[in-house]
Design a protein around this ligand. Structure first.
Ligand SMILES: [Mg+2]
Length: 345
């Protein structure tokens, strides 16, 4: 009987340790889109001109609309675009946006960045996932050449009527509500409507631990995300256009402690950005290896803890407990002790 129990427990323990050893920790890189992955601003450079509207005039009107009506600025431009589409008798459909997405320019190296980084992470035993968190239009990003590289694209989007015409904003993503998506990714509660994202979740149940999250962005609208990620132990990177080389923003962000790194938005294999992200992957992998060892140590330590708890319970109840129960408890404690390595008396 004792031998059987011990053999079973031994087998269970080995299985548990095997499962710990073969676990594959996840890591996420979250990207802003405009001026982070793409040198342009998709609304200004592609979408608005495609309507034969002057971009400067469009933004002037849209900002005026926001100011005069105390409107959220993203809702204002989304409204303004629908207003123009009606005025120009040119209804906008999802396919129209997707078509525009095909022509969105990308920074150097972006197209093969994802596969390169995935491979690098995989070598270190890390599963790397990519996410977009952008105020730009989701439908345009979905049309871009890199759309399939992302596990999720969180961005502003329209609600479409049954016949496929954009009618109302479905999502308006701005700088502060951008942060909710970091929580969604960490907790693995991905759907935009799912309010379980506010439920508290212990560290060890997270889909991706916060310290395994990287955020890459270029501007003030990224600050809340950069701050959130960095303050929770993750990494934030500020990027700037390699050609224009305008660095005031990143110097400021760095001095204010909002970012861990800054680099030109060059995603090619020998770039600074590649070097930094590889460093982060190395560091995440090293920390995860430590976590794995600690989880293995915890197997025996947790058993010791349970044994101690049982001993305490036994001490408290042994006066009143029936003989049979007492005997069973003594037996279990003995078995547990025998099973815990080392001298524990
Ligand atoms: Mg941006």
């Amino acid at each position: 009987m004792v031998n059987d129990n011990t053999a079973n427990a031994q087998e269970a323990k080995e299985k548990e340790i095997e499962a710990i050893k073969s676990r594959k920790p996840r890591m996420a890189i979250c990207y802003d889109f405009d001026k982070t992955l793409s040198p342009d601003d998709m609304q200004t450079f592609t979408l608005i001109p495609s309507f034969e509207i002057d971009a400067a005039r469009f933004w002037e009107e849209s900002n005026k609309l926001a100011k005069e009506n105390l409107m959220e600025t993203n809702l204002a431009w989304m409204y303004q675009l629908l207003h123009y589409s009606k005025f120009k008798r040119k209804s906008i459909r999802k396919e129209y946006f997707r078509e525009i997405g095909k022509d969105v320019a990308l920074y150097k190296g972006v197209e093969d960045w994802f596969d390169r980084m995935d491979k690098y992470a995989e070598k270190q035993g890390i599963i790397l996932e990519h996410y977009i968190i952008s105020s730009g239009l989701k439908e345009i990003i979905e049309g871009s050449r890199i759309a399939d590289k992302f596990k999720r694209i969180y961005a502003s989007s329209y609600y479409y009527t049954p016949d496929g015409v954009a009618e109302w904003p479905a999502q308006a993503v701005n700088y502060t509500n951008k942060t909710q998506f970091i929580f969604r990714i960490a907790k693995g509660i991905f759907e935009e409507y799912d309010d379980r994202v506010n439920d508290s979740m212990p560290e060890n149940k997270l889909y991706i631990p916060y310290e395994n999250i990287v955020y890459i962005g270029d501007s003030a609208t990224d600050i809340p995300c950069m701050r959130l990620v960095k303050s929770k132990g993750g990494y934030s990177i500020g990027v700037f256009d390699p050609e224009k080389d305008i660095r005031q923003k990143v110097y400021q962000l760095f001095n204010d402690g909002r970012i861990n790194y800054f680099a030109p938005a060059d995603y090619s294999s020998r770039s600074e950005l590649t070097k930094y992200v590889k460093q982060i992957i190395d560091s995440v992998a090293a920390k995860e290896k430590m976590k794995t060892e600690q989880m293995i140590l915890n197997v025996d330590a947790a058993l010791f803890n349970s044994m101690k708890a049982l001993e305490q319970m036994y001490a408290l109840t042994k006066q009143q407990a029936p003989k049979k129960m007492k005997k069973d408890m003594e037996e279990t404690i003995r078995e547990m002790k025998a099973f815990i390595p080392g001298n524990i008396e």
